[in-house]
Design a binder for this molecule. Structure first.
Ligand SMILES: [Zn+2]
Length: 57
């Protein structure tokens, strides 16, 4: 399984993306954390049509 948001490993504990409530898209824990950080920073979330996101790390 790969994460649709970053194309990395989905891992054993996928998160549910805030961006895709209807589809219940599963994203990896790192992406779930990234969405939470963006939300807490009042940044707009990255919409699914701009996935996969290239991570700089
Ligand atoms: Zn991911």
């Amino acid at each position: 399984m790969t994460c649709p948001r970053c194309e990395g490993e989905l891992g054993e504990h996928p998160a549910r993306s805030r961006m895709s409530v209807e589809r219940e898209e599963r994203i990896c824990a790192d992406c779930g954390l990234d969405e939470a950080v963006r939300e807490s920073s009042e940044l707009a979330p990255i919409p699914p049509n701009e996935w996969p996101v290239r991570r700089s790390a």
